[in-house]
Design a protein around this ligand. Structure first.
Ligand SMILES: Cc1cc2nc3c(=O)[nH]c(=O)nc-3n(C[C@H](O)[C@H](O)[C@H](O)COP(=O)(O)OP(=O)(O)OC[C@H]3O[C@@H](n4cnc5c(N)ncnc54)[C@H](O)[C@@H]3O)c2cc1C
Length: 414
């Protein structure tokens, strides 16, 4: 097993302005592109080979991308490579099995053509890889794994294992974009708060009998949430959550039994569900770093916070981390300056807290079996559907406009 070193080397000092990003997943790759677009040189270290089939998160999950996210991806030149594969979400419908009341958000009511878009993660991954190829100031090391970190007076020295052997990379700013079990976070000594939902989420595509008409559905039940996202060719992305102890049984089901379960949990709003694609299971947990920054270091994306996927917030939030950081680094002389990092953490706080509380609270409240909560939940859904200011606020948050967003996501703000 790799040994990680963390000790001070007073003799070395990296060039001011050097940024090292560890992790080239959806967020790390986006950050690298945003920095390059802003004229900042950086090094991107990614453990997987730069191919769709090798990258762990460029997979079959269907991402609901908020409107702000698509603005941001367009601003950094990624969206032109992905737009043809994306499906607009024009209506969102939230309900709970066995209770009255539902909440609906309509794009037209909020003066926009779409609240967001659905895009398979593998298509976003392909778009990121294509855009990365056009970067001119970026050094990409992949496959290359961070093995050790050494503190320098004005930065960090990373020891990275590549196919050719070990390499040293010095940086004045170290960015941990290395996912939920972030090694950077561990080596910085930043603790993380953990919560196990004891749920497994199955992702598959299905063909509903009725047209989805660009509607996204979220439906809660005692067994966990289920979502249907609109996709191309009349198909939908199904996200079905089951208690973890049922996961093996659900994985072993034949297609008929699986579709019957999905139908039972989702209901008949789109008629009969049919022709399920391959099922992909994910264990669900929430991991939140207690701090976003350390000395000349910062965490972004899942390394900073991993949230329940049902709220469809993880990448949306992570991209706002990345674009805010890129914007602030581009305006600074020293990207790792302590003042800049403190300012970054303060600027991200409201969006991060609000999104995490919303994702966690939504799942906890909507899935609790307490019968006393049922009328309250129904009323909350109804109130949301009727009260214009509440609708407006939630719609704007749902579209990704929260806190002090990076300028890149505001370009097409209605
Ligand atoms: C089923 C499912 C559905 C989801 N749906 C949505 C959705 O609808 N909308 C949404 O916004 N989000 C959604 N998410 C969340 C979203 O996928 C994640 O938030 C996002 O992938 C996080 O990206 P990341 O780059 O931070 O982390 P990751 O994608 O985990 O990438 C981390 C990268 O770091 C690399 N790495 C790790 N350790 C090292 C090391 N030591 N050296 C070098 N490289 C290393 C890994 O190889 C990996 O490529 C969903 C998640 C799941 C599981």
């Amino acid at each position: 097993m790799a040994r990680i070193m963390l000790r001070m080397n007073p003799s070395a000092s990296p060039a001011v302005g050097s940024v090292l990003i560890v992790g080239g997943g959806l967020v790390g790759a986006s950050l690298a592109i945003a920095l390059d677009a802003a004229g900042i040189a950086a090094t991107l270290v990614e453990a997987a080979a730069p191919r769709i089939d090798a990258q762990p998160s460029y997979d079959e999950r269907n991402l609901a991308l908020a409107r702000a996210t698509v603005n941001g991806l367009a601003a950094i030149g990624v969206w032109p490579h992905a737009a043809a594969q994306a499906t607009p979400i024009r209506h969102i419908h939230v309900s709970r099995a066995g209770e009255f009341g539902s909440a609906r958000i309509d794009a037209a009511k909020h003066g926009v053509d779409a609240l967001g878009w659905t895009l398979p993660a593998r298509e976003l991954g392909a778009a990121l890889l294509r855009r990365l190829e056009a970067c001119t100031r970026l050094t990409r090391l992949a496959p290359a794994r961070l093995e050790a970190l050494e503190r320098l007076p004005e930065g960090w020295r990373a020891r990275v294992r590549t196919e050719e052997g070990q390499r040293k990379v010095d940086a004045t700013l170290l960015v941990g974009a290395d996912g939920t079990e972030s090694l950077v976070r561990i080596r910085l000594g930043i603790e993380a708060e953990r919560y196990d939902y004891e749920q497994t989420l199955f992702v598959a595509t299905v063909k509903p009998e009725r047209v989805h008409a660009n509607r996204a559905f979220e439906r809660f039940s005692d067994q966990g949430p289920v979502a249907l996202l609109p996709l191309a060719q009349g198909r939908c992305g199904l996200v079905l959550t089951v208690p973890a102890e049922h996961a093996d049984a659900v994985a072993a089901m034949d297609d008929d039994a699986f579709i019957a379960l999905a139908q039972h949990r989702f209901g008949w709003r789109l008629g009969r569900l049919d022709r399920p694609g391959r099922r992909h299971p994910y264990a669900i947990r929430r991991v939140a770093a207690r701090q976003l920054v350390g000395p000349r270091a910062v965490l972004v994306g899942n390394a900073a916070q991993t949230v329940h996927p049902i709220g469809a917030q993880g990448f949306n939030l992570g991209l706002r981390d990345a674009l805010t950081l890129a914007e602030m680094v581009a305006a600074a002389e020293d990207p790792g300056a302590p003042g800049l990092l403190e300012h970054y953490a303060a600027r991200r706080a409201a969006d991060r807290e609000g999104t995490m509380v919303m994702s966690h609270g939504l799942v906890r409240l909507a899935c609790l079996e307490q019968p006393l909560l049922a009328p309250l939940r129904s009323l909350a859904l109804l109130a949301h559907d009727r009260l214009a200011p509440l609708q407006e606020r939630l719609a704007r948050h749902g579209m990704g406009f929260r806190g002090e967003p990076p300028h890149a996501v505001l370009e097409r703000l209605p």
